[in-house]
Design a protein around this ligand. Structure first.
Ligand code: ADP
Ligand code: ZN
Length: 622
């Protein structure tokens, strides 16, 4: 059904007056129109795509209160805070409330005073909540993070299975389910389990054009990270992911020692410390969190400027979700990863020794293969990434392989040399097996304890690979593993041939390899802002953050940020204005409230509340 013109007029009015935005993004307008007209919707949009407006606007445009089911308390509080700033009457009910506050909110709901009410899913199990809902007037049900209903996903929440009850008790209230998890299987599961088979599906492109994807070969990862941060993201907020708790602590300390404001976050920290670190991340400008993957889901900070991976994620889906936390505000952001041979071998071994049946292991293996293909690709990373989600794309111009196409070389002979070592060890040394380190030593003719003991100097290929450095051989091994021409086995991570190896050994198959740039690759500029010295390594505040502003405008932007910190009164600064809005103000320099209201992100409530103050900051700055 086409959106009624009355509904779409109301939607446009709210977009402009309340949220201060000029235009809808992507499919927002269609989704909102559909729901305002009473239709059910299943919405798949990437992180940062603008899902919240898809239910917030119908909640306000339709008579009654919009009820939003959201799994994370932190997220709820954030959203409600931001909505209140906009003059929307929103509240939440979850376990963090004291009984007095809860009663007040319940009364407001019954009296039909609320625009939006956020609920934790477990609330719906209680009779009391269902009775409360029955006593008010509901405009729409929104089910956020709908993939939590999927039992195969990693975020499964049993309480989500109860959400069926909504449709049974309120068949006439439209429902909208939203998620950023992309695969077809998950989508079908959501539709089935939430009884949304007849809902209209809105599937957006999962491309995040403002994120620049970069994957570099690991060599001294801590230093590589530090120089990336100093050159391109000094003073920026960001997340560094690693796999172990121990390394989050170590890396955070290393960054702090080198002048980067960084804190660790992992499940082993006590709850109070975790909450404090998260609070600081949300409320302070430019803090770096070094975390295990537990951190970030449901954290709605729009101005995360980079996500760095110090270890390779286990799947492309995981990588995509984690990198998606960068640049939700649409401004340039970087997804950076350092990746090495050890990442591959460790994960292979982890899979081999993992619990579960063969099918489960095959699935883990397939996930890893997808991730390796992304790491070793010589074509556009974004195209590779989107292909994983069944989306076609052309070369993007904003990933490392597009910006600096990797050179390739014919690695066939190198591959043959390496394979022949494995074959001869097998045949001439009674099935002796070695890991990559020792095999590389044999190739390069470097004696070690093993080569001496087993008299490997006599082996024909001993020393035939002296022309390549050890790091280059590691890259060869990595790529052979990624291409399925080699495999690792067992606790000692020994290298072994695969059925496909024979073709290479017999010269029937050529092996093209990616040439790793020598040493750590120098960082380069983002977007189109020219040859990249970034901020020249200075740790000035947020200098890497405003590529489009002149030096004078950048100074004004910084003053606005300082003002914003006070104005936020301890709340996350972006609930006052986003960086993007401040940047636009700094370059437009509005002189009147009227001119200020034309800036994207300045709605009526904020104009009222902050308009004069912003003009004062600008007046003082000029
Ligand atoms: P998601 O929940 O899909 O990750 P959000 O709803 O948090 O995304 O939106 C991401 C960011 O984009 C938010 O900061 C939001 O204010 C902004 N945004 C959403 N819709 C628009 C729009 N139509 N115009 C400008 N900014 C928007
Ligand atoms: Zn690209």
């Amino acid at each position: 059904m086409a959106p009624s013109s009355d509904g779409s007029r109301r939607a446009a009015y709210i977009l402009h007056e309340t949220f201060g935005y000029d235009t809808f993004r992507g499919q927002q307008e269609e989704v909102i129109g559909h729901v305002i007209d009473g239709g059910d919707a299943l919405v798949l949009m990437p992180t940062g795509g603008g899902k919240s407006l898809c239910y917030q606007i119908p909640a306000m445009a339709r008579p009654g209160t919009g009820v939003v089911i959201s799994p994370l308390i932190a997220l709820m509080q954030n959203q409600v805070e931001a909505l209140k700033q906009l003059g929307v009457h929103a509240e939440f009910l979850n376990s963090s409330l004291d009984p007095g506050t809860r009663q007040v909110i319940e009364a407001q709901f019954r009296n039909k005073e609320l625009d939006i009410l956020y609920l934790a899913p477990e609330r719906l199990r209680s009779r009391q909540t269902l009775d409360l809902l029955a006593s008010g007037n509901i405009s729409v049900f929104a089910i956020d993070e709908a993939h939590c209903v999927s039992q195969w996903g990693h975020d499964f929440r049993p309480d989500y299975l109860e959400l069926q009850v909504l449709h049974e008790r309120w068949p006439d209230v439209p429902r909208i389910a939203l998620t950023a998890t992309a695969t077809q299987a998950t989508r079908e599961e959501i539709a089935t389990r939430l009884n949304l088979k007849d809902a209209k599906q809105f599937v957006s492109s999962f491309d995040r054009p403002n994120i620049q994807y970069r994957i570099i070969p690991k060599s001294g990862a801590n230093k590589q990270l530090l120089s990336f941060l100093k050159a391109e993201h000094a003073g920026d907020a960001g997340i560094v992911y690693c796999l172990s708790r121990n390394s989050t602590e170590k890396i955070a300390a290393f960054l702090r020692d080198n002048g980067v404001d960084a804190l660790p976050y992992h499940a082993g920290l006590d709850a109070a410390t975790r909450a404090e670190h998260q609070r600081r991340f949300l409320t302070e400008d430019g803090l770096v969190i070094v975390a295990t993957i537990a951190f970030g889901m449901g954290i709605d900070k729009p101005d995360v400027r980079f996500v760095a991976h110090m270890d390779m994620p286990r799947s492309v889906e995981g990588y995509y979700q984690e990198t998606g936390r960068a640049g939700r505000d649409g401004q340039p952001a970087t997804a950076w990863m350092a990746y090495g041979l050890a990442d591959v071998t460790q994960q292979r071994v982890l899979i081999d020794s993992s619990e579960g049946n063969a099918a489960h292991r095959r699935q883990l293996q397939a996930h890893l293969d997808g991730m390796l293909a992304l790491c070793e690709t010589v074509s556009c990373r974004r195209s590779e990434l989107l292909a994983y989600f069944s989306e076609e794309a052309t070369a993007c111009g904003n990933c490392d392989t597009c910006l600096q196409p990797p050179r390739t070389w014919d690695g066939t002979v190198a591959a043959q040399k390496l394979m022949s070592v494995i074959v001869r060890l097998e045949n001439e040394r009674n099935g002796l097996h070695f890991g990559a380190g020792k095999i590389i030593n044999i190739l390069r003719g470097r004696p070690d304890e093993g080569t001496e003991r087993h008299r490997l100097r006599d082996l024909k290929p001993y020393g035939v690979g002296a022309d390549l450095r050890a790091v280059e051989w590691q890259a060869v091994v990595r790529q052979l593993l990624a291409q399925g021409l080699l495999r690792v086995q067992g606790e000692y991570q020994i290298l072994a041939l695969t059925p496909a190896s024979a073709e290479v050994l017999q010269g029937k198959r050529q092996v093209t390899m990616r040439q790793d740039a020598a040493g750590a690759r120098a960082s380069r500029s983002r977007g189109s802002s020219g040859a990249g010295s970034g901020s020249g390594g200075a740790s000035g505040p947020a200098s890497g953050d405003a590529p489009d502003l002149s030096p004078e405008d950048t100074a004004v932007f910084e003053q606005l940020r300082t003002w914003r910190k006070d104005a936020a009164e301890g709340k996350p600064p972006y609930v006052v204005f986003h960086d993007a809005t401040l940047r636009e103000i700094a370059s437009a320099r509005p002189a009147t409230l009227d001119q200020l209201s034309a800036v994207n992100g300045v709605g009526a409530a904020k104009l009222d509340k902050y308009g004069e103050q912003v003009l004062e900051v600008l007046a003082a700055a000029s």
